[in-house]
Design a protein around this ligand. Structure first.
Ligand code: KG4
Ligand code: ZN
Length: 345
């Protein structure tokens, strides 16, 4: 089954063709980072305008690179949430038009489910049924969640952030340090030359007694205090952004984020044997090292996406659609963007 995937939930315009949920025939990703970086974050109007201008070109290229003809497609899959409303709408409108014109069924995909699926892309990746049940950690610019999967369409949310997402913490930290946008890659790079023990930033622990929307507080995350701690540190030591100590500030800040993620993964994994980690922050080299270390100590099988599938891409959208038999085609007159979509829809 050949699926054309379309992803425009934030600042990447992407289209991909994936066969049978695993074989990636093409995956075109047009990043808008250069457009947004002067503003220190994603500007929704600029993002949606760029999707409008480029999506048709990106889709055309994905079809050409796949080596398939249009009439060899079986399904179209599009991200319907979560994300920026105006960006999601561009992808959805385009996909609806295409589905009508090509008389193909259209599938509405939850971006978070697709991130988890990214570890199963490519024919040499594990097969989902061979590694269930697994614990999934989704760490991206907008989400930080721990979920237990029994099957691709059967899962339970264990914990999530109560304020900022892990990627957001990287981005806001980098902004305070004048390091540009997106913050994750630059903090990752700078931290390599720094001493992560120079400043002890808070780890954002949730007390057992604190409410967490019915979830186990020990599996929930909080990153907003960390950002505030960095802000106050820099007010007290403004020189730390200018001199060579900035690498150690970046390393200390990163370590606080990673510590809090790794600690919760260890708690969440309990009796399971497989840990899936996905989303843009799963590219982080320190996180990958620490999780490799944790999993080898505990005898856990760690599944990480290939770097190209960590950040937003349409291959994970098309792949998830092709691999999940329980999905139903959308009613074109009903399908709408859901910017606040959660793991549960
Ligand atoms: O998954 P993604 O592309 O978009 C969302 O669905 O949000 O993730 C983007 C996030 C950004 O916050 C970015 O700073 C972060 O992933 N990121 C990283 C790294 N590369 C990207 N965070 C830490 N270390 C990295 N190397
Ligand atoms: Zn994402």
């Amino acid at each position: 089954m050949n699926v054309l995937g379309i992803e425009t939930s934030c600042d990447e315009t992407s289209a991909a063709v994936v066969s049978d949920g695993r074989q990636v025939l093409s995956n075109v990703v047009l990043s808008q980072v250069k457009l947004h970086s002067p503003y220190g974050g994603v500007v929704p109007e600029i993002a949606s305008r760029s999707h409008v201008e480029n999506l048709h070109l990106v889709v055309d290229r994905a079809i050409n690179e796949s080596g398939l003809e249009w009439n060899e497609l079986d399904r179209i899959a599009v991200t319907s949430g979560p994300g920026l409303a105006s960006s999601l709408l561009i992808g959805i409108s385009f996909a609806k038009g295409l589905a009508m014109r090509m008389q193909l069924p259209l599938y509405s995909i939850n971006h978070l489910h697709a991130h988890v699926y990214s570890v199963f892309l490519e024919e040499d990746a594990p097969i989902p049924g061979d590694v269930t049940p697994f614990i999934a950690l989704v760490v991206s610019g907008g989400h930080t969640s721990l979920v237990r999967f029994v099957a691709l369409d059967n899962y339970e949310l264990l914990g999530q952030t109560i304020d900022d997402a892990a990627g957001e913490a990287f981005d806001k930290g980098a902004k305070l340090l004048n390091l540009g946008y997106p913050g994750g890659p630059v903090i990752d790079r700078m931290a390599k030359n720094g001493d992560s023990s120079m400043v002890r930033f808070p780890r954002g622990r949730q007390r057992k007694s604190e409410p967490c929307g019915g979830l186990d507080p020990e599996l929930c995350f909080s990153f907003s205090g960390l950002k505030t701690a960095l802000l106050y540190h820099l007010k007290k030591h403004p020189e730390d952004k200018e001199n060579e100590r900035i690498s150690s500030i970046a390393a200390s800040y990163q370590e606080a984020i990673i510590d809090s993620i790794v600690e919760r993964c260890e708690k969440a994994i309990r009796t399971e044997r497989h840990l899936v980690v996905a989303g843009g922050v799963s590219l982080n080299s320190r996180l990958r090292d620490r999780l490799n270390h944790l999993c080898s100590r505990l005898g856990i099988h760690l599944l990480l996406p290939r770097p190209v599938y960590c950040t937003d891409n349409a291959a994970m959208i098309a792949g998830y659609c092709g691999a999940n038999d329980s999905l139903k085609a959308a009613d074109l007159s009903d399908l709408d963007a859901n910017p606040n979509m959660t793991f549960h829809g």
